[in-house]
Design a protein around this ligand. Structure first.
Ligand SMILES: NC(=O)c1ccc[n+]([C@@H]2O[C@H](COP(=O)([O-])OP(=O)(O)OC[C@H]3O[C@@H](n4cnc5c(N)ncnc54)[C@H](O)[C@@H]3O)[C@@H](O)[C@H]2O)c1
Length: 346
């Protein structure tokens, strides 16, 4: 089978992670890189890869089988549209767009053109979350009662030397909590409504440093998310999952799911249930779900290749990622208004 030719737009932090995995894959190869940065021209030359300063010239010259868009958020929609208008399948990094209206414009264009649009909520490809989801779908916890999500860590002070990270949009809600929202939608189901508080009291920047959210899911389960980028704490997917080489792994849990028949902690996948008589005065039996670890970016790429070949559906299609963005944006709206925000279908 001929290798698919995948181009990469934007070779910064995550773009280079994509380049490495495409280059290492037996299913595909790097067709070219587009990025105006001089450092990226050197990077591409070092890998002996064709380099273009602009995305559209690259797409026209190379005609790749697919393109990964890993540029700053505001460029996701115009660059993904450039690929879609040329009939080229796109894997666009998260968030799908910087506004829900822009996301809708992109999703509608992809659907009209019949061109696959995938979004890089890569955690859905992590076997840990997939195993947790399967256990919940199989009803091993019974009817879901509550989910508790923790998104807490300390971003070092120099992180905020970059101006946009101190401004609205640069805080933990749009950068980090969007992942938790997608994880909870994947695990528990659609979010029907939410309430929130946000605070900037710790760092004093225009953007929030901490936020808490109450969630009501369409299936009746309730949830909370507690987040702060200014807390010296070990509880977040970033710090617990082992997915990120840059962060020491804390071996704590960040998601606690509880149902009528049992409970599950993630990412440890520890379980609790009553084997005999039930009740809070009886001991809970503990266990652990077994899962073989795998690199979610590799699995995401495999899904992209299978979609391009017409052999699979996207694990994270554009319309799905748009709902994650809508729920995330609603957190800011809820914190501003103090009200309950109902989401589509809620
Ligand atoms: N899935 C994840 O966990 C994850 C992790 C990190 C970043 N991201 C997302 O990936 C995107 C990129 O983030 P990053 O941290 O890699 O940023 P980055 O700043 O490290 O890299 C962005 C790259 O895009 C290039 N670029 C700028 N304008 C361009 C243009 N017009 N055409 C082509 N390239 C252009 C820049 O020169 C830079 O090399 C963001 O949307 C971010 O939200 C996702």
């Amino acid at each position: 089978m001929a290798r698919l030719r995948i181009a990469v737009a934007g070779a910064g932090l995550i773009g280079r992670a994509h380049v490495e995995r495409i280059a290492a894959s037996a299913e595909c190869q790097v067709a070219a890189i587009a990025d105006p940065a001089a450092a990226v021209a050197d990077y591409a030359a070092g890998l002996d890869l064709p380099h273009y300063a602009g995305v559209e010239p690259m797409l026209d010259a190379v005609r790749p089988d697919g393109v990964v868009v890993a540029t700053p958020n505001v460029l996701h929609v115009p660059q993904a549209l450039a690929a879609i208008s040329r009939g080229i399948p796109v894997l666009v990094e998260k968030p799908i767009a910087d506004t829900v209206a822009e996301a809708e414009r992109l999703v509608a264009a992809a659907e009209r053109a019949g061109v696959p649009l995938l979004v890089g909520h890569h955690r859905r490809h992590n076997p840990i979350l997939a195993a947790a989801r399967a256990a919940l779908r199989e009803g091993r916890l019974g009817r879901l009662a509550t989910v508790t999500a923790l998104v807490q860590f300390l971003k070092p002070d120099p992180y905020f030397d970059t101006a946009w990270r101190r401004e609205p949009g640069g805080g933990p809600v749009l950068i980090n909590l969007i992942h938790a929202i997608d994880d909870l939608r994947f695990l528990v189901g659609e979010i029907a409504a939410l309430q929130a508080f946000a605070s900037n009291a710790l760092r004093g920047f225009p953007v929030e440093d901490s936020a808490v959210v109450n969630l009501r899911f369409a299936n009746g389960a309730l949830g909370t998310i507690t987040s702060s980028d200014s807390a010296a704490a070990p509880w977040s997917w970033e710090l617990t999952s082992g997915e990120y080489a840059a962060y020491p792994q804390s071996r704590e849990d960040c998601y606690l799911v509880a149902g009528t028949e049992g409970a599950l902690a993630i990412p440890s996948l520890r379980t609790w249930r009553y084997d005999g008589e039930r009740g809070w005065n009886r001991p809970l039996a503990t266990g652990r779900l077994e899962v073989a670890p795998a690199d979610p970016l590799v699995r995401q790429l495999a899904n992209f290749c299978a979609v391009i070949r017409g052999e699979a559906a996207p694990v994270v299609p554009g319309r799905d990622a748009m709902r994650t963005l809508a729920a995330t944006v609603a957190i800011h709206e809820a914190a501003r208004s103090g009200g309950v925000i109902r989401l589509e279908g809620g």
